[in-house]
Design a protein. Structure first.
Length: 436
């Protein structure tokens, strides 16, 4: 099948490369000319394990190509996926301008019937709005092309995006009564459903809600365990034991019960807030979602305030990890973006190391921040070391070496990855979250 994927970011680029890997002919479209030029040369524009290999393979087989010209791709494709960003906009609502621009451009230049598939995370009702806008453009042009709008939300995890896309837990498709669009979606995803992965059809509104509900539920699980860290700290409990004890219950499960400084990234914070905005719009009480957001903000603040309070004047602080989570260079809503400016504003010197995100971080963090070549370089001479992202290289750190490299002994473990006793045996003062 011939498809266009508009927006070659974390979702669109992975989707485009994976659809090509599955044998479809894919044109990746982006307004960012520099990005497109880099992709055409076979270089990935993001760090995502396994992605660059797929891009190179797709370009070589000619199943994958890239362009900035959406209008010119339309005559050659049957399906247009929109995977443009939907960042937090006014009043925490999702900013849908890019989605509407793509939808209207498709309607403006379509020369035959197409299927428009929305892969971006969009609030319930957006599919209908796209359809209305496209109908208007088509009728103004005086053409009768049919362009049904399908919702096909994306659930990939950054750092695991290629395998999540090729082997997803489920494919959710929202279509409002269009058998042709359903057949096309079945054909498109057959290489994945053939190996037993479920494809679930529902109304477009339900599909749009599934995405927000899933992210809000996962974020709630994180905030729930984080909420209990304060109780553990106040009473002598240990959140790791509490989470283990809870997670062994099959009805609860162990995943997303790892206490720490809370969630960040390009999805959970904005999607939780966008769901709150939808609740407000419909005058509904989604108070669990509000609490999830509030707890997450407080969790981060609580930890950072403790660090700032503990530091001597003009301290040197080592930071391990800048991206919002391991195995990605994505800096969106990363805790480092909050903590590092606070430290520098307070007159401290900060040395940081991240295996993949330093290039992106340089554009976002204050000029005074020193980037180092290795984790131990970041720890050298530090009064305190703060772990913000649980990259494997930090998990495997020799804590004795760390102690030797540092001037002070405070280890602030924002992700609860170290055994407190092991850190103490190495001569460090261990500060985790919800552990005594
Ligand atoms: N990143 C994730 O882990 C993830 C997971 C699931 C769903 N999502 C959702 O997928 C969507 C995309 O997220 P992302 O992280 O890939 O965003 P991104 O910012 O990485 O990528 C968006 C891309 O769209 C391009 N773009 C913007 N306007 C355009 C236009 N008019 N025409 C063509 N290209 C345009 C940008 O240049 C950029 O390359 C969002 O709605 C997000 O919530 C993201």
């Amino acid at each position: 099948m011939k498809i266009a994927v508009v927006g070659t970011g974390y979702v669109g680029l992975v989707s485009a490369a994976c659809f090509a890997e599955l044998g479809h002919t894919v044109i990746g479209v982006d307004i960012d000319a520099a990005k497109v030029a880099k992709l055409k040369s076979g270089k990935s524009t993001i760090y995502e394990p396994g992605l660059e290999e797929l891009i190179v393979k797709g370009l070589k087989s000619k199943l994958l190509s890239f362009t900035t010209d959406l209008a010119a791709t339309l005559p050659h494709v049957q399906v247009v996926f929109s995977a443009v960003a939907t960042p937090q906009g006014e009043d925490h609502k999702a900013d849908l301008r890019a989605v509407f621009t793509v939808a209207e451009t498709v309607a403006k230049f379509a020369d035959h019937d197409l299927i428009f598939v929305n892969k971006s995370t969009v609030p319930v009702g957006t599919g209908e709005k796209c359809e209305e806008r496209m109908s208007k453009v088509l009728s103004d042009r005086g053409v009768k092309h049919r362009i049904p709008v399908v919702s096909n939300p994306e659930f990939l995890r950054e750092g695991m995006a290629v395998s999540d896309t090729l082997m997803p837990d489920r494919i959710i498709v929202g279509i409002n009564g269009n058998d042709h669009a359903r057949k096309i979606m079945e054909d498109l995803y057959r290489p994945i459903t053939r190996v037993g992965k479920p494809m679930v059809f529902m109304t477009r509104e339900s599909a749009e809600i599934v995405k927000y509900a899933s992210n809000a539920f996962l974020a709630t699980k994180i905030s729930f365990i984080n909420m209990l860290t304060e109780l553990c700290e106040a009473t002598g409990g240990n959140i790791r034991d509490v989470a283990k004890g809870m997670g062994l219950d099959n009805r609860i499960g162990p995943r997303f019960l790892h206490a720490g400084i809370g969630y960040g990234g390009s999805c959970f914070p904005k999607d939780v807030k966008a769901l709150m905005a939808t609740a407000k719009e419909y005058h509904l009480d989604l108070s669990i979602v509000e609490a999830t957001d509030r707890i997450n903000t407080r969790q981060r603040q609580r930890f950072f305030e403790k660090i700032l309070k503990s530091l001597p004047k003009k301290a040197t602080v080592g930071i391990w990890g800048l991206s919002f989570k391991p195995k990605t260079d994505d800096m969106r809503e990363a805790p480092s973006l909050d903590l590092i400016p606070m430290l520098i504003d307070a007159g401290h010197t900060v040395h940081a190391f991240d295996p993949e995100a330093m290039e992106n971080a340089k554009k976002l963090l204050p000029a005074g921040l020193v980037f180092t070549q290795s984790p131990m370089d970041a720890a050298k001479g530090a009064d305190a070391l703060v772990l913000l992202t649980e990259w494997d290289i930090f998990r495997g750190a020799d804590l004795g070496e760390l102690k030797k490299a540092m001037k002070g002994k405070d280890l602030w473990d924002g992700r609860n990855i170290y055994e407190p006793q092991e850190a103490r045996d190495a001569g460090l003062a261990y500060h985790g979250i919800g552990v005594n």
